[in-house]
Design a protein around this ligand. Sequence first.
Ligand code: IPE
Ligand code: IPE
Ligand code: MG
Length: 252
Amino acid sequence: MTVETTLLRHLPPDLDPCTLPAHVAVIMDGNGRWAKRRGQPRLFGHRRGADNLVNLLHCCKDWGIHTLTVYAFSTENWQRPKVEVELLMWLIEQMIRQKLPELKAMGMRFDCIGDLTVLPHSLRSEIQRAIEQTADNTSVEFVMAINYGGQQEILQACQAIAARVEDGALTASQVDRALFEEQLYTHRKPNPDLLIRTSGEKRLSNFLLWQLAYTELYFTDAFWPDFDAGEFHQALLAYQSRNRRFGQVKTA
Ligand code: IPE
Ligand code: IPE
Ligand code: MG
């Protein structure tokens, strides 16, 4: 059976395989409220949220979506109570460690964006191990944004470029979009075609500010732990009904 027929076997019939987004980004929000509704501590919601991520990875693989980038921890999330921050770090580490064999079996490549230098040492080693062991895989690129902030990313790119200008290695007029993008965490990754945010909030919360310039935005009231294959299917249907114009004149 060819790759194409395998994909078509899994893909819901109302989705057009030719116009699926190549790159989906997700702001996984609402774990705390999901838990609160059930009379449980926020940490319970984070655990269920971490488990849910694997379902989405399976959809990407089965339906032929090449890149999935998820917002796991923002630069602002350090301001949460210490116990919650520690649990989130532990959950991310545990998820990467436990799911690595499954990611490998699914042929996925793992990567991270964000400032990893300040993360707990054990998490950094786990990330490094997962990146190395999946480097040659090609089915889906799974990118976790950890200690990621769009403004910080843009600022550090400006600083790196300014330092090169200061050294005389570059002139200001040589700074163009391609050179700027080389300095971003997402260098060599495509920009997202579709951004999904769960939990009813309609904001970007400092996620991929540069990269989302022409991304289609989709908001759902579902809390992240409830965002299942059916919800993802609805998001993809909404995406396929959009008319992307990129500033040009195009008919639907
Ligand atoms: C998203 O859920 C997970 C992270 C931000 C790490 P929240 O923890 O933000 O849940 P709510 O938004 O408070 O419900
Ligand atoms: C965004 O959610 C960050 C992640 C999902 C990791 P937040 O819950 O932190 O965002 P705000 O505070 O509602 O904007
Ligand atoms: Mg939130």
